[in-house]
Design a protein around this ligand. Structure first.
Ligand code: ADP
Length: 353
């Protein structure tokens, strides 16, 4: 039974499924900035991490020194940027936000470092994408708060140290493993952000609905929370879209029924999987006997780049246990086979219905 669509159709489907992609575009940025929590009290979940950070902030205040450099890692949409803003707010300092791809030339990073005010936070998103030169400039900036600059050419080369103000660097990455060890070693605190529980996501959903003035019942919030892939960014997007459905097609309130019907229309299933996830799993089951299969092969077969598969689809599929990473490639679990209506491995590869 051929369930796999051809590559072209698949790519179209992928583009349609932006709702459950944890990445951001320009429209999202404005929407997100309006609903971003600004304090530890309004920042939901990540309890242990918040406690650790509160202690570090308190200690830094008592010592009257800037906070240690911090690295946050974890899948997109879990609140790394938001947390950097919360830290700035709670510490009472300002924050400059940038991302590694916009620091291409050495003068970009030098310019930003020299413009920092004492104690200010520099937040660099996607820090694993920093180029080598920018990274080397950061070594002395982070460690000794100075820039080692060279002037002149060949025999007349001179090195000089330019002092910088003391600052705190917060880096965020989806791929901690891609950071070089000299850079990683310069962070005093390294923390992983966890996927959110359903209860935490219910709070996120209710908070966002209230900011957006959308009426929502407890059941409605629970329905959206359970389909949000453990990710606040997705929960927020779904609140907005389901809110639109509620106003246009129903009586304006997000109830369980409204949430279910809207999310079905948006092609988001009970577990928050979209057609991209399902097609990926089905491809491994049907064409590669459940795996293992290399990510390069999957990427070519699906017409989707490896980065999107690794950063967007996989983290949640790994978290649910539907997908497993092995040294020889990706494998689908028996749970995923059952969920998609296949007989688990060992039995024939036919669908149950
Ligand atoms: P990341 O930097 O990890 O990709 P963001 O910090 O940009 O994620 O978070 C995405 C959105 O999710 C934010 O706009 C924010 O409103 C929401 N969000 C993230 N974490 C939380 C949280 N702990 N509590 C409430 N909302 C959150």
């Amino acid at each position: 039974m051929a369930i796999i669509s051809d590559d072209e159709n698949f790519s179209k489907k992928v583009k349609k499924n932006v709702l459950v992609k944890p990445e951001v575009n320009e429209y999202d940025k404005t929407f997100e900035n309006n609903i971003r929590p600004k304090s530890f009290d309004s920042y939901i979940g990540q309890t242990n991490l918040k406690e650790t950070l509160k202690i570090s902030i308190e200690a830094a205040k008592k010592r009257e020194t800037p906070l240690d450099h911090i690295l946050f890692y974890g899948p997109p949409g879990l609140g790394k940027t938001t947390l950097a803003g919360v830290i700035a707010q709670e510490t009472g300092v300002s924050i400059k936000i940038t991302s590694a791809p916009s620091l291409e030339r050495p003068r970009d990073i030098i310019g930003i470092l020299m413009s920092l005010k004492a104690g200010e936070i520099l937040f660099i998103d996607e820090i694993h994408r920093l180029n080598k030169l920018a990274e080397e400039i950061l070594y002395s900036a982070m460690e000794d708060f100075c820039l080692d600059m060279t002037t002149g050419k060949s025999q007349s080369v001179k090195t000089m140290r330019v002092p910088l103000v003391k600052f705190t660097m917060i880096g965020a990455t989806t791929k901690a493993g891609d950071l070089s060890s000299p850079l990683r070693d310069r962070f005093g605190l390294i923390h992983r952000l966890e996927f959110y529980t359903k209860e935490e996501l219910i709070q996120v959903v209710k908070r966002t609905a209230s900011i957006l003035n959308i009426k929502i019942t407890d059941d409605g919030a629970a329905e959206i929370a359970s389909r949000s892939r453990g990710t606040p960014r997705i929960a927020n997007r779904l609140v907005k879209r389901v809110g639109d459905f509620a106003i246009v097609k129903f009586d304006g309130v997000i109830t369980e029924e409204v949430a279910k019907k809207s999310l079905e229309t948006l092609d988001i299933d009970n577990m928050g999987l979209n057609s991209t996830d399902r097609t990926l799993l089905r491809l491994i089951i049907e064409k590669y006997d459940g795996g293992p299969v290399g990510i390069e092969t999957l990427s070519a077969a699906l017409g989707e780049d490896i980065k999107t598969l690794e950063d967007v689809c996989e983290p949640y599929l790994l978290q649910t246990g539907f997908l497993q990473r092995t040294p020889r490639g990706r494998k689908v679990s028996p749970e995923a086979m059952r969920y998609l209506g296949y007989k688990p491995l060992g039995a024939s590869q036919q669908t149950l219905f």
